[in-house]
Ligand binder design. Structure first.
Ligand SMILES: [Cu+2]
Length: 415
């Protein structure tokens, strides 16, 4: 066949009603389409009973959050690449065009397929040289959440953003009906402040922590109505770190991994799930109390942005004004920070290099809040229709300063 062009793909996609990674507030309900916040589905068209997809690997600029853009390597111009969606039993043909300066391949991570389709360059196939288009074809013979990524020079290619999610829906769904189905892919980069090129050879010190390629406050929230059953598929293709993802206000169960469903008898209640590199944890729960519930990696260095990393520990230090002034003569722009903790730094407009992001910049309904990096929100409402803003708390339900009378009444002497 002639190379399917982009317009044909989008026309087919629109016809198949798969286009439009709807903003979270417009998440489709019921079984079927998954929503990738900040992402989009990979368009496809049917050719003789086969679903045809096209991935193009090429360098691309990617915005992680307002103020920080990176020179990435991407699939179809996106980090992560578009979500490939299919139904159990679908025969799929996936063309992969290489517009990178080096060879690549695509591994379909967790998918059971013939060895020659496994995508390990040099082991199961010849590398895809720059300029070439390769053809993969196989059947998704089981439902689940899978991943795709290069299997040549992974350190560079994955490290620069080449990765994506695969969601295969069951042909005959079993189990309780799911009202909201979200897919998240975790990744991390080392981008020295002021640079735009991630350092893919970094073995540690990652300072840009992302969910679907975005760092808080750039992540689009998920939404749900109280009482709805919510599924969140969480994949991790970070180069080096497993991420303990914590959801506030809810108890969930891990119902599936990259390997398949977890038998109901083996599920345990959790509030945090460790998502290992190269795996998936799919959680389900019933949306509870209305509110804006944070969901984030619980490693403290992963819930903040670039500028908070690699600073000297100053908590408790006392820097006399005179010394501060002398330091500033020596190092223009020098400012002692963090002597009473780092919370103050979120609210401050610190002098920061071009193309960098302050550690915590999230404006919130009560000032700003100290979450950045690998953070998103689950907005639960009694009813969801249209835009979902900040939660408006019923009167008397927000923590506040205690009065002296209250303290005394409870046997605590006011300070
Ligand atoms: Cu983490």
């Amino acid at each position: 066949m002639s190379g399917p062009n982009r317009r044909e793909f989008f026309a087919a996609a629109a016809g198949g009603a798969v286009l439009g990674a709807a903003p979270a507030a417009g998440a489709p309900r019921g079984r079927g389409r998954v929503v990738t916040p900040d992402g989009e589905p990979l368009p496809w068209r049917a050719v003789g009973g086969v679903k045809v997809f096209h991935l193009v690997a090429a360098p691309a600029m990617h915005e992680v959050v307002d103020g920080l853009r990176i020179h990435a390597w991407a699939y179809n111009g996106r980090v992560p690449g578009p979500t490939l969606e299919a139904t159990e039993g679908d025969r799929c043909r996936i063309y992969v065009t290489n517009r990178l300066p080096e060879a690549t391949s695509v591994h379909w991570h967790g998918v059971l397929l013939p060895n020659g389709m496994d995508g390990v360059g040099g082991l199961t196939q010849p590398p895809i040289p720059p300029g070439a288009t390769f053809r993969y074809e196989f059947t998704f013979d089981r439902a689940g959440t899978f991943l795709y990524h290069p299997h040549i020079d992974e350190m560079t290619q994955v490290g620069l953003g080449m990765m994506g999610l695969i969601v295969v829906h069951p042909r005959r769904p079993t189990g309780p009906r799911v009202d909201r189905d979200y897919a998240l892919l975790l990744a991390e980069f080392l981008v020295p402040a002021g640079q735009s090129r991630p350092e893919p050879q970094a073995p540690s010190d990652f300072n840009v922590l992302t969910i679907n390629g975005r760092a808080y406050p750039g992540t689009t929230p998920m939404v749900a109505q109280s009482g709805e059953r919510v599924r969140i598929r969480i994949g991790n293709l970070s180069p080096m770190d497993h991420h303990p993802i914590h959801l506030h206000g809810h108890v969930f169960e891990v119902v599936a991994t990259n390997g398949g469903p977890v038998p109901p008898a083996a599920r345990v209640p959790e509030t945090t799930v460790l998502v290992p590199v190269g795996d998936v944890r799919t959680i389900e729960f019933v949306a509870g109390e209305p509110g804006d519930w944070a969901m984030h990696c619980h490693m403290t260095h992963h819930m903040m942005n670039q500028m908070g990393h690699a600073r000297p520990a100053m908590v408790g230090a006392h820097i006399p004004d005179e010394l501060e002034a002398r330091l500033r003569r020596l190092v223009p722009g020098y400012m002692t920070m963090g002597t009473s903790g780092m919370a103050e730094m979120g609210a401050m407009q610190m002098p920061a290099p071009e193309n960098s992001v302050a550690m915590k910049v999230a404006p919130g309904p009560f000032g700003h809040f100290d979450l950045g990096g690998m953070t998103t929100l689950l907005k639960v409402r009694a009813r969801v229709d249209g835009e979902v803003g900040w939660y408006e708390h019923p009167a008397g339900t927000v923590a506040r300063a205690a009065t002296a009378e209250e303290l005394r009444a409870d046997g605590i002497e006011p300070e």
